[in-house]
Write a protein that binds this ligand. Structure first.
Ligand code: DQA
Length: 149
C-alpha cells in the first residue's frame, strides 16, 4: 500500500510560523513521525510540499498509483476551486487534514471548498491530525482494495 502526503503553502515554515497556532514541530518533524508510523503499519509513504497551486494540481494528477492521499491544502482549502476540481477529477481518495481547528478560527477558515470532494476531514489535532489522517488513508485504501477483489 502506498500513501502520498501532500502539504500546501507556507507549511514549509512550520516551527517558525505562528507557533501559538501551529505548534513547534517543523515539517521535517511531522514527516519523520509519519515515516515511523508508516513503517510500523507496513505501508510505503511519499511526501510532497509546494507553495504553488499548479504544482499541487500536477501532483494530484500524477497520484494514480497511490492508494490514498493525506492532504493539507493550507490556505488553498478556503478558495481554490482548481484544487477542488483536481481532487474531484482523480480516483485516488483524499483525506483532508489541518493542524488547527479551522472551524474555531476566523470565519473565512470555516469553509473548505475541498471538504465536499474529500473522503473526510480531520482538523484541530496538531501533528496528530496527520497521523490520524495516515491511519484513515490506510483504512480507506484497504476498503477500496477489498471492493476490487
Ligand atoms: C491550515 C489551516 C489553514 O487555514 C491555514 O491557511 C494554513 C494551515 C492548518 O493546517 O491548520 O496554512 O491548513
Amino acid at each position: 500500500m502506498k500513501i502520498l502526503i501532500m502539504h500546501g503553502p507556507n507549511l514549509n515554515l512550520l516551527g517558525e510560523r505562528e507557533r501559538s497556532i501551529y505548534g513547534e514541530a517543523t515539517l521535517d518533524d511531522i514527516n519523520d513521525r509519519l515515516s515511523k508510523l508508516a513503517k510500523e503499519l507496513g505501508v510505503e509513504i511519499e511526501f510532497f510540499q509546494s507553495n504553488h497551486e499548479g504544482a499541487l494540481i500536477d501532483k494530484l494528477h500524477q497520484a494514480r498509483d497511490f492508494d490514498a492521499i493525506v492532504f493539507n491544502p493550507a490556505a488553498f482549502t478556503h478558495y481554490s476551486i482548481a484544487l477542488r476540481d483536481a481532487v474531484a477529477a482523480i480516483k485516488t481518495p483524499v483525506i483532508e487534514v489541518h493542524l488547527s481547528n479551522i472551524h474555531a478560527r476566523e470565519e473565512f477558515r470555516a469553509n473548505s471548498v475541498i471538504a465536499p470532494v474529500a473522503r473526510g476531514q480531520i482538523s484541530g489535532f496538531g501533528m496528530q491530525s496527520y497521523l490520524l489522517g495516515l491511519r484513515a488513508a490506510i483504512e480507506v485504501g484497504k476498503e477500496i482494495r477489498r471492493t476490487k477483489e
